[in-house]
Design a protein around this ligand. Structure first.
Ligand SMILES: O=C(O)[C@@H](O)C(=O)CO
Ligand SMILES: [Mg+2]
Length: 255
């Protein structure tokens, strides 16, 4: 059975963010992830993790101005200086919170634009060096165009080619089953083929992004496959509960 991490950005929304750590632990999760910790002092988050005795699985680098529509900065040539500051902030938070992985969001830019690609590769290498220097892995995630129109990384094969071409030992793939199914399908074969490059996995039902086992995929078979490929990391539960979070956790008993 895979080890599951509660995604505290989407789950336990009945509670204020800082109370979600204990709620996840009480519900049986041994780890948590979330998009962004930057509204809170990192020491406070480290305290919440310790008090709840849960592991930190992953969080994202700052994405720019999310409310204004930013979805990362890494592919935006005119925002390189801001990207470097965001990397420094992520590294500072990661050093205090303690996380095995950071996710670097790419931003909204045409994926076939040479300038955007050159900027992205430069920033990716820079971020991989900086996170590697403190023992933290860097992951990048293809995201489907329906949820995030215009996102730079919008194709699994291209993302994997990019990781191979970069050849940096600290950059791996964030395989979000929900995005994979919407973009390409063929989830189990992709898990098998991409196992050597996968750094993190996330799950949600398709197409509604609710609890696993409530959508079009055979999630239980997929979880068995995750074990079969020898994946040892956490599987982030990046889903929007259909109702109260605890009331929807029955799927965990089926795994
Ligand atoms: O799948 C997603 O949307 C997330 O994993 C993320 O990091 C960006 O929203
Ligand atoms: Mg995801």
């Amino acid at each position: 059975m895979p080890k599951f991490a509660a995604n505290l950005t989407l789950m336990f929304n009945e509670l204020p963010f800082l109370e979600r750590f204990k709620a996840a632990a009480d519900a049986g999760f041994s780890a948590v992830e979330y998009l962004f910790p930057y509204d809170y002092p990192p020491q406070l988050i480290a305290e919440k993790l310790a008090a709840a005795s849960v592991n930190q699985a992953l969080f994202n680098m700052p994405p720019g101005d999310w409310a204004a529509g930013d979805r990362g900065l890494a592919s935006l040539p005119e925002r390189s200086a801001e990207f470097k500051k965001s990397l420094a902030q992520a590294v500072a938070y990661a050093s205090i919170i303690g996380t095995p992985l950071l996710h670097m969001m790419a931003g909204l830019a045409p994926s076939d634009q040479p300038e955007a690609m050159a900027t992205y590769l430069d920033n990716l290498k820079h971020a991989a060096d900086a996170t590697g220097a403190i023992g933290i892995g860097l992951v990048i995630e293809p995201i489907n165009r329906r949820d995030m129109p215009g996102y730079f990384l919008n194709d699994f094969d291209r993302t994997v080619d990019l990781i191979h071409n970069l050849g940096h030992p600290n950059v791996r793939l964030q395989f979000d089953i929900y995005h994979r199914q919407i973009m390409h399908g063929d989830v189990i074969t992709a898990l098998r083929n991409l196992a050597p490059v996968i750094g993190h996995i996330q799950t949600a039902s398709v197409p509604w992004r609710h609890e696993p086992t409530t959508g079009e995929l055979n999630d239980l078979l997929i979880f068995r496959e995750i074990d079969a490929i020898g994946y040892c990391g956490f599987v982030g539960c990046e889903y929007r509960p259909m109702a109260k979070t605890e009331d929807g956790l029955g799927w965990l008993q089926l795994v």
